[in-house]
Design a protein around this ligand. Structure first.
Ligand code: ZN
Length: 446
């Protein structure tokens, strides 16, 4: 080998090593900015701290203070017990941050191993809103007290489903207690792209579960409960109206099943404004794709969209797998069109049981006034039937796939309006009647 070539080779090797070292030190520097690490291995104890930095001044300061305090307390105890220490003490602190938009959710897990082989694990949570620059609790993100009640109802229901799926025989009253609307029950929460996650720490609900119980409340269900600034922009833009003018007035919810239908649903939508009316549609999943424009319009004009299952079968006759398919496939089809999943389910034929209620997080809505439209198919008779039975807080059953039903409903609205009634969606009706919807109940009226 020539001397010159050898020298080239050496130079290249040195350059490569040099560049790698620079890259590596940048990497270390970058990493150390993201993570706070502390390791100490003393004669009597060892400490290992690994905490992600949130890069939010206030939050990182708080974490540091907490970590320092925990560390000092631990060292003090270790020093005190030094003389008659039987085991080596350990302190392990791990900090992780979840971020969603302007919100930071910091979870600090502190594990100690001390005197008498005592093992202790606890978790401290700090939630921080970086736009308003403040630490937040669950009540800070919720609209009002009723939202907290509603949140606790859906949490209770989801924990019940969790227990069922994980074959944990947790007592119902423990679930109710652990999910009741108290701030201390809801310390650990965070948002992600799917919704609000709530984690119930070990032993809060039951010692039967050997890990925390984590539930997800989808955006479709949780948005209604949140303050404006925490709502996730999902779904199409939608008309919103102020319903305070209907408070303590007579209201009725008109509901329309078996659609959507491009022709007949249109006639209804074209006329609802005359009566300042919003209604609820329980749509059949298999009809959604062929009638999507009218469904979109119904939603955007402020009407409620619920599910009437995919193929209109009697749900009580189905095996679980098929039951879930009927529900989930419809929800997915509706989401394709309006961007959100429905939260109300009207079982075909009003046929329902506990198993169905316990398999879904949808509210079950039936009716207490049957217009018998599918039988008579006559607008005058339909109108008469509604007028004969409908009163404040009632839910009227109709089908928007028949022109006569639509016409009959509009004729009834005209009369009822003269008598001082207003026409609202299921969501509005529940809100006006101050009802927190439960998951183990079927609603026939409010
Ligand atoms: Zn039906």
């Amino acid at each position: 080998m020539k001397k010159l070539e050898f020298r080239y080779l050496i130079t290249i090797i040195i350059i490569v090593i040099g560049i790698s070292m620079i890259v590596f030190s940048f990497f270390i520097m970058f990493k150390s900015q993201n993570i706070y690490k502390y390791i100490k291995d003393d004669k009597n104890y060892n400490i290992e701290i690994t905490c992600e930095r949130a890069k939010i001044k206030e939050l990182d300061k708080k974490i540091k203070e907490t970590v320092e305090e925990e560390k000092q307390n631990f060292i003090t105890q270790a020093e005190q017990d030094k003389e008659n220490q039987e085991v080596k003490y350990k302190l392990l602190i791990k900090g992780k941050v979840n971020k969603y938009n302007n919100l930071y959710f910091y979870d600090l897990v502190i594990t100690t191993f001390t005197k008498d082989n005592h093992y202790n694990k606890k978790s401290i949570i700090y939630n921080y809103d970086s736009i308003n620059n403040k630490f937040i609790t669950i009540t800070d993100i919720l609209k009002d007290d009723k939202s907290f009640t509603d949140l606790s109802l859906i949490s209770e229901h989801l924990v019940n489903i969790y227990a069922k799926n994980h074959k944990l025989k947790i007592e119902k009253k423990n679930i109710k207690e652990g999910t009741s609307p108290k701030e201390e029950n809801y310390k650990k929460f965070y948002f992600n792209k799917n919704g609000l996650v709530i984690a119930f720490p070990l032993y809060q609900i039951s010692s039967l579960s050997n890990k925390e119980i984590k539930i997800l409340i989808p955006w479709s269900n949780v948005n209604e409960l949140l303050k404006e600034e925490y709502i996730s922009e999902i779904g199409l833009n939608r008309e919103k109206r102020d319903i305070s003018k209907y408070k303590n007035k007579k209201v009725i919810a008109f509901t329309f099943d078996d659609g959507p239908n491009t022709e007949t649903t249109k006639i209804l939508l074209d006329n609802l404004n005359k009566y300042d009316a919003k209604v609820t549609f329980f749509v059949v999943g298999s009809r959604v794709r062929d009638n999507k424009e009218i469904l979109k319009r119904a939603y955007q004009e402020g009407n409620d969209i619920g599910s009437h299952t995919y193929s209109h079968k009697d749900l009580t006759t189905l095996k679980n797998k098929e039951l879930l398919k009927e529900i989930n496939k419809t929800n997915q089809r509706i989401r394709e069109v309006i961007g959100v999943e429905p939260i109300y389910l009207r079982p075909p034929y009003g046929s329902i049981n506990d198993n169905i209620r316990n398999s879904t997080i949808m509210h079950i809505i039936c009716w207490n006034v049957d217009s018998l439209d599918w039988q008579t198919k006559d607008r005058k008779k339909i109108k008469k039937e509604i007028l004969k039975h409908a009163g404040d807080g009632d839910i009227v059953l109709l089908h928007d796939i028949y022109k006569e039903s639509v016409k009959g409903a509009l004729l009834a609205m005209e009369e009822l309006q003269k008598k001082g009634y207003s026409f609202v969606t299921i969501t509005e009706l529940a809100e006006l009647k101050n009802v927190s919807l439960k998951y183990d109940k079927t609603y026939y009226g409010f």
